[in-house]
Design a protein around this ligand. Structure first.
Ligand SMILES: Cc1cc2nc3c(=O)[nH]c(=O)nc-3n(C[C@H](O)[C@H](O)[C@H](O)COP(=O)(O)OP(=O)(O)OC[C@H]3O[C@@H](n4cnc5c(N)ncnc54)[C@H](O)[C@@H]3O)c2cc1C
Length: 539
């Protein structure tokens, strides 16, 4: 039987960070990927990394501290935070980042002005500094491996900080864009995964793709390897030290999401690589679970006829659409039900509201309603301003006709729009306080002043509507770990030889989406912790 020190299941963000940390600590490593392509959700993500008290902040003279970060999380806690893992993340995040940069596995810059998501809480940084963006990476540096990154054929030749999502204008000189395309330069999660992969390959850590892990091998209470199958052949791989589960979330396992998630979720924005297989392996090993009702929620938009490679429905997070002026979200009774510009993860609370009288979710489905001024200036999903409005966007000359198309009471919609327009005129939204937080302004139209950044009347036909679904960027529940990323059994004792990181575990920040990059920060940090701990597990 083949032997290595550490087996890592999952070649995404947390898995590759774990592989590099284990290798640097002196372990031999097997990096196992279930699919033919690596990178999973990380590869299609924005790639933003949120780490408090990080080296880039320090270099820019921005004040931050572990105390501020802990105060911030504790001010948001609803009982799901565990001190040991939270502190492990906050204490180790900056070191993990420095380590990955020193390995050539990351190259990041500040996302200027990107505020934390709950700017009114103690320890928050409304001026930004904790969210980091990737510098461009030229795929040629990866040779044949470049094409093995998930969805790499959908190029992202910009850095997030150049786009409206990252506070930029979205305008890059066409000749510069062309140069980047010719040079295969990529930003976003593509740059992150590519750099992590390059650093792994440079150390002789070559992902083994297309491997299904059938079970974990045990020696008494200790996990000592895996039984896998690759290209129809079974094999066993022994781990001298440990197995690390870094397989991503469980959102594409319908049974698991129905069993665990606290409300409806039918349009994940992640790719169908997050299938909950790591969760199943951990449960079979007797793991204690945590955070299972939570997720990195996001309202999403399903674009018809645009499935993932395997035919699964694809969905995109909706951000600018619900923040820019001249748009609102309404429920099926035609009423607004939230501050549309609020952060995407917390918004799930509004979508998951349950009416005991009707025994139903009144805010699902929801509709984005906007007008001609909106479509002229702002995007809807992949459709950019100025482009024709696609057929999957419903439209009508009057609000009444639009309401009829949607099956919404026309008087109710008209009343809602009239009221919203009066808020837009006064620059105040007394119903939901849209526009009062600096977060609300970040994705709005910053060429406008004050609350008009996000408030603008819906008054010029034609009027448009798109269904908004409840989706997510990934789940964040799974086996509980200690501060060394070691998975705990049902009694809270470490399971010898079993570690975890990323969306496959109960996230050290609980269900709190702290700021842009709030999932990848903990994922990379716990990958780093898991790799180092696992490499020392048998010594
Ligand atoms: C559109 C979008 C944008 C996002 N933008 C951001 C952002 O800017 N910042 C941020 O913080 N978060 C973002 N996220 C979320 C973020 O991408 C994920 O939370 C993060 O990638 C999770 O990292 P991970 O290592 O746990 O999982 P992944 O990165 O998904 O990696 C898991 C890997 O495991 C593999 N795998 C699955 N099952 C198995 C198995 N049984 N055996 C072996 N391998 C397996 C997968 O194929 C994959 O390669 C975004 C998500 C989406 C959908």
């Amino acid at each position: 039987m083949e032997n290595v020190d550490v087996i890592i299941l999952g070649c995404g963000a947390s898995g590759m960070a774990a592989a590099l940390a284990a290798h640097e600590t002196g372990a031999s490593v097997a990096l196992i990927e279930r699919f033919d392509r690596i990178g999973g959700t990380a590869a299609i993500s924005g790639g933003v990394i949120w780490v408090p008290n990080n080296p880039r902040q320090r270099a820019a003279g921005m004040a931050d501290s572990r105390e501020d970060a802990l105060a911030y999380f504790r001010a948001l806690d609803h009982g799901d935070l565990v001190d040991e893992t939270l502190e492990a993340f906050v204490n180790t995040g900056p070191e993990a980042l420095e380590f990955l940069e020193a390995q050539g596995a990351l190259s990041v810059s500040l996302l200027q002005g990107y505020p934390d998501y709950y700017v009114d809480r103690p320890g928050a940084k409304p001026e930004g500094g904790r969210a980091l963006d990737h510098d461009l990476f030229a795929l040629g540096e990866l040779g044949d491996w470049a094409s093995r990154i998930y969805a790499i054929e959908e190029p992202k030749p910009m850095m997030l900080r150049e786009t409206p999502l990252g506070g930029g204008s979205g305008v890059v000189d066409p000749s510069e864009l062309q140069r980047r395309m010719e040079n295969q330069e990529r930003g976003f999660g593509q740059a992150m995964v590519a750099r992590l992969l390059k650093a792994c390959l440079a150390r002789g850590i070559e992902p083994r793709t297309g491997v299904e892990t059938k079970r974990l091998l045990r020696d008494g209470a200790r996990i000592v390897g895996i039984e896998g199958e690759q290209a129809g052949k079974s094999f066993q791989l022994h781990a001298n030290n440990a197995v690390i589960i870094a397989t991503g979330g469980f959102e594409w396992d319908e049974d698991a999401r129905q069993t665990f998630l606290k409300g409806p979720m039918d349009a994940p924005a992640s790719p169908p690589t997050a299938r909950g297989e790591g969760l199943a392996l951990a449960m079979k090993a007797g793991a204690k679970l945590g955070n299972m009702t939570q997720a990195w929620w996001a309202p999403t938009l399903v674009i018809p006829d645009n499935p993932w490679e395997g035919g699964e429905q694809r969905a995109a997070p909706v951000l600018i659409e619900r923040t820019a002026p001249h748009s609102i979200m309404v429920n099926r009774t035609g009423k607004r039900f939230c501050n549309e510009a609020a952060n995407y993860s917390a918004l799930a609370g509004a979508f998951h509201a349950f009416d005991p009288q009707t025994y139903d979710y009144p805010n699902l489905p929801a509709w984005l309603i906007c007008d001609a001024q909106y479509v002229e200036r702002y995007p809807i999903g992949p459709r950019l301003p100025g482009q024709p409005v696609p057929e999957w966007v419903q439209s009508a000359q009057t609000l009444e006709a639009l309401a009829e198309m949607l099956g919404i009471d026309a008087d109710a919609l008209s009343e809602t729009v009239t009221r919203f327009n009066s808020h837009a005129a006064s620059g105040q939204d007394p119903d939901f306080s849209r526009g009062t937080s600096s977060y609300d302004h970040f994705y709005g139209d910053r060429s406008r002043e004050g609350a008009a950044v996000t408030l603008g009347p819906i008054e010029q036909g034609p009027f448009y509507a798109v269904e908004i679904r409840m989706g997510l960027l990934g789940t964040n529940g799974g086996p509980r770990t200690d501060g060394k990323a070691q998975i705990l059994n049902h009694d809270g004792e470490p399971i010898a030889g079993l570690y975890g990181a990323g969306n496959a575990i109960a996230c050290p920040t609980g269900g709190i989406y702290a700021g842009a990059g709030g999932t990848l920060g903990p994922a990379l940090t716990f990958g780093y912790i898991a790799g180092r701990s696992a490499a020392k597990a048998n010594t």
